[in-house]
Ligand binder design. Structure first.
Ligand SMILES: [Zn+2]
Length: 698
């Protein structure tokens, strides 16, 4: 970062910059045929300056605060910044360049400062507080979405520390800075420690069972470090993938031990001191802001609301998961355990043997039945048509940000004889490329809002290998479910029907956002939909029925293991973050005993299934932004399974059910408490039983 960027006042953006005015393309799709890398930074900087000026005008307005001159005015502010930043943050992960990376490095601190300038503005806070006080006193009546907007704004103010004394604000700033430094340090140590933990094998016989590809990779890894032999490198989680194929028990044991020892080996890359300080400082920060501990601070802004609710959910799942893992262990012991049961190092090797015998499905044989165009049109789009009455028309005339990006116009259902109403645009960027990061995700280029009269433009990114020109794109099953999953996020954005842009679509808490996507993912398994898309791309034959049955039957196998290892990690996350400052252990020697005690107290101390991450290499919670939030995945899945059950109880994929899900849930976005949306749909609070049944844990 250079400080010149902070002091420049480029309020005048070159009118030739494509972001200078709203796009004239349909639905405000950014004009990617005109946008170049060099347009982003000046547009974003001008956008920040423009929003600062807008906020200044709101803060200094001599009129008393009203909904219009304060809340709505804030929602209207920052449109240039929004346009440019959304396009930029969409392109950065999906078609990056060194130039775009540089921009990020320069802008990241400016974005943080820009946000702080708003949430730390005492004049703005006073205006919002005046409205909140008037509403509380009954002198001001607010529409429900406006009341919710104000409530969330006041929460943001509170969490920024604006209500604190000046001295406490200084302390908060110091804590925030130190926490950020420690998180980065944890990540660096972890990376270096993973390299250090790699297992070097010098006798090829010890690698028996490993595929030729994996062996070649291990050979290359050793060579890259100037070592003789084969180097088995560590993945982040405890349970290393190579364990499924290594036939030599002693090699498996070496890999498992090295994996589990990471971060607690003494020396440079030991993470224990860092994680203890993080736990302590986060607890202090939470108390400064008026919370009992860090987990309470996180839960307060999530749908869970309280740590008691998180504990209750995890506490009810844990015994069922562990009991099921023990049953799986008993099955595995039949093919090769010892008198003491199944060692953690041997689990996936034995599991693979059992899985092959019971549910052998050949990915290569399945693929011709899973062709991208069919899955997209006869699967994903067909389900959206059945449920929500949507239809999709490809618009090759509209350019994406890369030649592989496809643009579809989405139409809402209409009464017979009425003209079509366009709902928004869906961009599909399905193929992998060097400039794209791994994984799959959804993004928004334009967010729906009635206030700004804008319709949504959403993007799905996947990483499917592109076939040679003229060949069909054949998928593996995982890619099929991913396509449905990401489209569930896309629907959340497309079907949004809210007033305020900040409440649009997927603007919901982290422990809620995966819920609609997980529901949509389930439709890939729905026989009606599966039969429609799982058709041989060349012959048109349906997928053989016994393959479908085997796929369905294999779904719950292994859920005892995977649920237990996940829950153990989620419980560790809560254990560390439900400590008050006084309760945080002070010695590095206490870290592993604390972990063991926490797992035992929660009933997930089953040695055959260690946590997915141990404290010393739990990057989600100590290196990044998921602290006290790792439970979110399963929290969303509880809602998802209960909703899929609701569909089943009410006749499945019907327009009527889709309409209810759309109106009560998807359309509401973040305009009300998301759990209220859920309860409105379900008619009661969430029930955990459908999830237990789905995962075979009931
Ligand atoms: Zn997702």
């Amino acid at each position: 970062m250079t400080s010149t960027h902070e002091t420049t006042t480029p309020t005048e953006l070159d009118p030739a910059n494509p972001f200078a005015a709203p796009s004239t393309l349909p639905y405000g799709l950014p004009d990617f045929s005109a946008i170049r890398e060099e347009h982003y930074e000046p547009a974003i900087l001008a956008g920040m300056a423009a929003q600062r000026a807008e906020v200044e005008a709101i803060a200094t307005n001599p009129e008393p605060a009203t909904v219009e001159n304060t809340l709505e005015a804030l929602e209207r502010s920052g449109q240039l910044l929004g346009r440019a930043a959304r396009a930029y943050f969409n392109q950065l992960p999906s078609d990056s360049t060194p130039g775009l990376e540089d921009i990020q490095e320069r802008l990241a601190p400016l974005f943080a400062a820009h946000q702080d300038a708003i949430t730390m503005d005492a004049r703005l806070h006073a205006r919002a507080k005046a409205l909140a006080d008037a509403a509380a006193a009954g002198d001001l009546e607010l529409e429900p979405d406006t009341a919710y907007l104000l409530e969330k704004l006041m929460t943001q103010f509170k969490r920024s520390g604006i209500e604190l004394s000046e001295a406490d604000q200084d302390t908060l700033r110091d804590l925030n800075a130190r926490i950020t430094t420690l998180e980065a340090s944890f990540g660096r140590k972890l990376l270096a420690g993973a390299n250090e933990a790699s297992v070097l094998v010098t006798d090829e016989a010890d690698l028996a069972g490993l595929s030729a590809d994996a062996k070649a990779g291990a050979r290359a890894a050793a060579e890259a470090r100037g070592q003789d032999g084969w180097l088995l490198e560590m993945q982040l989680f405890t349970h290393q993938n190579v364990l499924a194929s290594l036939e030599v028990a002693a090699t498996r044991e070496r890999v498992q031990s090295a994996s589990m020892a990471r971060g607690a080996t003494g020396g440079e890359n030991d993470t224990r001191e860092v994680l203890l300080e993080l736990a302590l400082l986060r607890a202090r920060r939470a108390q400064l802001l008026g919370y009992e501990h860090h987990a309470a601070y996180i839960a307060d802004d999530a749908t869970a609301g309280t740590t008691a609710a998180v504990n209750e959910m995890l506490g009810r799942l844990a015994p069922a998961a562990v009991a099921n893992a023990r049953r799986e262990a008993a099955e595995l012991a039949k093919v090769g355990g010892s008198a003491d049961g199944v060692a953690a190092a041997d689990w996936s090797y034995l599991n693979e043997a059992v899985r092959k015998e019971r549910f052998d499905l050949d990915d290569a044989a399945l693929r011709p039945y899973l062709e991208l165009e069919r899955v997209l049109h006869d699967g994903v789009f067909t389900a959206a048509g059945l449920l929500f009455g949507l239809s999709f028309v490809e618009r090759p005339d509209l350019p994406g940000y890369h030649p592989d990006v496809r643009v579809f116009e989405v139409f809402d259902s209409v009464e017979p004889g009425e003209p079509n109403t366009g709902l928004g645009l869906f961009l599909g960027d399905f193929y992998t490329r060097e400039s794209k990061r791994g994984g799959a995700w959804m993004d928004s280029l334009v967010v729906q809002s009635a206030l700004l009269d804008e319709k949504p433009v959403v993007v799905n990114n996947l990483n499917i290998v592109k076939p040679p020109a003229g060949e069909p794109t054949l998928l593996v099953w995982d890619e099929v479910t991913t396509l449905f999953h990401e489209f569930g996020h896309a629907l959340h954005g497309l079907l949004s029907d809210v007033r305020y842009p900040s409440q649009s679509g997927t603007s919901v808490p982290r422990d809620f956002v995966e819920y609609p996507s997980q529901v949509n993912e389930m439709w890939s398994w729905e026989p009606e939909i599966l039969k429609s898309f799982a058709v041989h791309h060349a012959t048109g034959e349906p997928m053989p029925a016994q393959w479908v049955d085997t796929m369905l039957a294999s779904r719950v196998w292994g859920e005892g293991f995977s649920t237990t290892e996940y829950l153990a990690a989620a419980l560790l996350d809560q254990a560390w973050h439900q400590l008050t400052p006084e309760q945080v252990p002070t010695s590095v020697d206490d870290v592993l005993p604390f972990e063991a005690a926490a797992l035992a107290a929660a009933g997930v101390d089953f040695a055959s299934v260690p946590p997915r991450y141990r404290s010393t290499y739990f990057n989600h919670i100590f290196g990044g932004g998921y602290s006290a939030g790792y439970y979110s995945y399963i929290w969303s899945e509880v809602l998802d399974a209960d909703t899929v059950q609701w569909y089943a109880e009410n006749g499945g994929l019907t327009r009527e059910n889709g309409e209810a899900f759309r109106r009560k849930l998807l359309a509401r976005g973040g305009s009300q408490d998301p759990l209220a949306s859920f309860e409105d749909l379900r008619g009661r609070a969430a029930d955990i039983t459908p999830l237990l049944e789905r995962r075979g844990l009931a």
